[in-house]
Design a protein around this ligand. Structure first.
Ligand code: SF4
Ligand code: SF4
Length: 361
């Protein structure tokens, strides 16, 4: 007997998010009147219909064990009819309709050591990349540094007054899987040496034309070594971006003695008041110093304190720097001006100051 073939599934992408929305959000979708922060880590959205949804935000470690995920899921079952979400900065948010569930939920989170906060004028959780846990091109670790920085800044997450929103990001190499290009403070792992080419077997592991095309500065040339096709790098053209290593495992850059970290400031994604903007270089190099990275923790704290002490209400880091000027910001944050601050990219001239209206604070 002939049986009908089942429909073949060819699209195995993520399911439509709508099916995971809490019913109150589905019913009021696009019809919210306003939202406000009730207390640190808690906000309410009020719909045109009068419906309310309460959100409790907690910090998460991002790299999560099964135990933590089960813990979150149990809390969501207990207080939120099973609904929770993760934000793009790895906070976990519990969404509920019963206001009376807020305090017991916060008590359960705190009893397990999870801070509640990060909403409104606060430092949110740090978005970060894979680091030594997973990625092959990391110039530094990700979750380890984030843990140390957030241990130090946790008060600003869960209640200490700050002027506005402050977003911190970490990426462990220039590929920037984290939002380092558009965060108020960005911690970025940097390589400082060109790739070391492993000629043996390179032509079998790597597509030579693709590797040449992958280099943004045109530093990679074809060559022949021991009668085998291979590659060479014009070192003075190399900016240590690791793009070649991403496509060719025979060109590693990782160097425990010379890799380190840089700090960037002033980026944002938000359209509020001013346009979104890229982060700019503040500190070109700090040593990679596990397990607690004291130099990075201290540098980030100093920059945060300069912002807390000098920003006007709601002012983001980049907006404050625009107002007081970069020279004054460098002075306040004890940052030395170095040759690395001068952009030498071939189109950098377009971004240079072209008038005499400089501000020296
Ligand atoms: Fe890997 Fe770089 Fe992404 Fe870090 S930023 S996870 S090293 S590709
Ligand atoms: Fe080119 Fe970047 Fe590789 Fe240097 S590290 S050779 S700049 S792709």
């Amino acid at each position: 007997m002939a049986t009908e073939a089942a429909d073949r599934k060819t699209d195995i992408g993520p399911p439509h998010y709508e099916q995971f929305l809490p019913p109150v959000i589905k019913e009021n979708y696009g019809k919210w009147k306003y939202h406000e922060r009730i207390k640190p880590g808690v906000m309410v959205h009020v719909g045109e219909s009068g419906a309310k949804v309460f959100t409790v935000r907690a910090g998460s470690p991002r790299l999560m064990s099964i135990e933590y995920i089960r813990f979150y899921a149990d809390l969501a079952d207990k207080y939120c009819d099973g609904y929770l979400r993760f934000t793009s900065r790895n906070n976990v948010e519990f969404l509920m309709t019963k206001e009376s569930n807020i305090d017991p939920l916060i008590a359960d989170l705190k009893a397990e050591g999870f801070p509640v906060g990060g909403i409104g004028n606060a430092i949110s959780n740090i978005v970060h990349t894979q680091g030594w846990v997973h990625c092959h091109s990391a110039a530094t670790d990700a979750s380890g540094i984030v843990k140390c920085v957030m241990d130090d800044l946790c008060g600003y997450f869960s209640g200490d007054a700050v002027p506005g929103k402050l977003r911190i990001a970490l990426a462990c190499c220039l590929n920037m899987c984290g939002a380092v290009h558009c965060s108020d403070i960005a911690i970025l792992g940097v390589h400082r040496r060109p790739p070391r080419i492993q000629h043996k077997g390179l032509n079998k592991l790597c597509e030579i034309p693709n590797v040449i095309a992958a280099c943004p500065t045109g530093a990679i040339r074809p060559t022949t070594i021991d009668d085998q096709p291979s590659l060479q790098v014009e070192e003075e053209l190399c900016m240590f971006c690791a793009n070649c290593y991403t496509v060719c495992p025979s060109m590693p850059l990782n160097d425990p003695l010379n890799d380190g970290l840089s700090i960037w400031v002033g980026g944002k994604v938000s359209n509020a008041r001013t346009e979104p903007r890229f982060s700019k270089l503040a500190i070109p190099y700090l040593p990679n110093n596990p397990p607690r990275w004291p130099e990075v923790v201290q540098a980030v704290r100093k920059i945060v304190e300069v912002w807390v002490g000098n920003a006007r209400k709601y002012e983001r880091m980049g907006e404050m720097i625009d107002r007081i000027g970069w020279p004054k910001f460098f002075k306040l944050a004890d940052i030395e001006f170095r040759k690395e601050h001068i952009d030498d990219y071939k189109y950098a001239g377009l971004t240079y100051k072209r008038s005499t209206q400089l501000r020296h604070g």
